[in-house]
Design a protein around this ligand. Structure first.
Ligand code: TXA
Ligand code: MG
Length: 405
């Protein structure tokens, strides 16, 4: 069932909310908009309902779900007493794109929600339709992103339909999501917060409330946990920068990548050469260990000392890929997008406003798939502010393939 929210009248009064909420209360799944991405909701206290989420998404059962509430009054029934820092985070950032992991009250939600952990991630979305739906359902709503596991999170109702049509009870269409990336997930330790997944609430914003903010090394693009690769064609980068990249990454010069099935991706080439960089530490957020958001073709990120060098490197790689018969795509900031020759050029918005990149990223990745792109390159951005979440998702989508030029 597909409901469209009418923006002209108050959302609480709409029949679609009443109907969708009744479906949730009856143990069905319903996809709904939030300010981050679309979620696939079910009654968090009903194990059979929650099971339907896992089946529809094809989600691994050891990955816990976020519980969505509409009112802090719902919280005491869900979690054990929490400290002042958690309280301040809620006051400052709820409703909003922040998930706080707290000790769960025993038997408060289905153990399918927590995946057997003694904690639960809770958030209050800043979206009128989501809040109205949760309120009308009268129960806490477990909701992961409403995509098939391994696909980019949905930022439009059409994305949900493309992934989950026929597998869920219904979709509430409230137009495009705002932030475009999933919420920041964190745990609280005394007056410190530890970010398990970067998102719309940045570390700088968290620092206004918490004495100390740390980012889990497994999700920090600045943590040096990625596989550094030299450009595949030597002509793509001036020699001195290539040497610098080799020095920085500890990789010896590699021959240009070969065509053909046996090793046409940079990652495969690096694996064959046995020179991968250090393995990532296990993430503390179970979901971050899975390769999410992977497009169907091969995506790599290109990083370099200047925008000029990055764009020269990207164009050389694109031309080489074209020569191999690939369908090429480039994910570029608006300031540079026009200069590229590729089959598909997707703009991430202005390099000066990384919220735009967050907003456009998943849509662009889906667009590449629809257009049949087999070889894609993305311009890197500074992993600061909103750029931390953007680079975290890009690196995951790229399977940690980074070309240094
Ligand atoms: O913005 C969002 O958070 C969206 C919308 C729908 O609210 N939801 C979302 O859910 O992104 P999902 O399931 O795709 O991601 C939940 C993340 C996973 O990485 C999961 O491992 C982590 O939160 N998580 C959930 N409960 C946790 C817990 N108790 N401890 C640590 N990590 C947890
Ligand atoms: Mg997800």
């Amino acid at each position: 069932k597909w409901w469209t929210v009418d923006g002209a009248i108050s959302v609480q009064e709409q029949a679609c909310i009443v109907e969708a909420a009744a479906m949730l209360a009856a143990g069905q799944t319903v996809a709904f908009p939030t300010e981050t991405v679309y979620g696939l909701g079910a009654n968090a206290c009903d194990s059979e309902a929650v099971e339907r989420i896992f089946i529809a998404k094809g989600r691994p059962s050891d990955n816990p779900l976020i519980v969505h509430i509409a009112d802090v009054a719902q919280l005491d029934a869900l979690v054990l007493p929490y400290g002042e820092t958690a309280q301040r985070l809620m006051e400052r950032f709820w409703p909003g794109p922040l998930t706080i992991v707290l000790p769960v009250r025993p038997n408060a939600v289905s153990s399918r929600v927590t995946a057997g952990l003694d904690t639960v991630g809770v958030r209050m979305p800043a979206h009128d339709t989501a809040l109205a739906l949760i309120r009308a359902a009268g129960c806490p709503i477990a909701a992961p992103s409403a995509n098939r596991s391994g696909r980019p999170s949905p930022t439009r109702a059409e994305h949900v339909r493309a992934d989950l049509d026929g597998l869920i009870g219904g979709i509430v269409d409230g137009g495009p999501a705002g932030v475009g990336l999933e919420s920041t997930v964190l745990e609280v330790q005394g007056d410190r917060v530890h970010v398990l997944r970067p998102g719309g609430i940045t570390t700088a914003m968290l620092r206004e409330v918490a004495a100390e903010v740390t980012v889990d090394p497994a999700v920090d693009p600045n943590g040096g946990m990625t596989k550094a690769l030299p450009p595949s064609s030597p002509s793509a980068a001036p020699i001195e920068s290539q040497r610098m990249a080799e020095h920085a990454s500890g990789l010896a010069a590699e021959p240009p990548l070969k065509e053909g099935a046996a090793g046409h991706t940079a990652e495969q080439a690096a694996e064959r050469s046995g020179e991968l960089l250090s393995v990532q530490p296990a993430p503390r957020s179970p979901g971050m260990k899975y390769t999410h958001y992977a497009p169907q073709g091969t995506l790599s990120i290109v990083q370099g000392p200047s925008a000029y060098r990055v764009s020269r490197c990207i164009q050389a790689e694109l031309d080489a890929a074209k020569g191999r018969g690939e369908t090429t795509g480039v994910l570029a900031f608006r300031e540079h997008a026009e200069q590229y020759r590729a089959d598909i050029v997707a703009s991430l918005g202005s390099v000066e406003a990384l919220e735009e990149a967050a907003h456009h990223l998943y849509d662009a990745l889906r667009h590449f798939d629809e257009a049949g792109a087999t070889y894609m390159l993305a311009e890197a951005c500074p992993a600061e502010g909103m750029g931390l979440a953007v680079m975290n998702r890009l690196i995951k989508a790229a399977g940690h393939r980074i070309i240094h030029c």
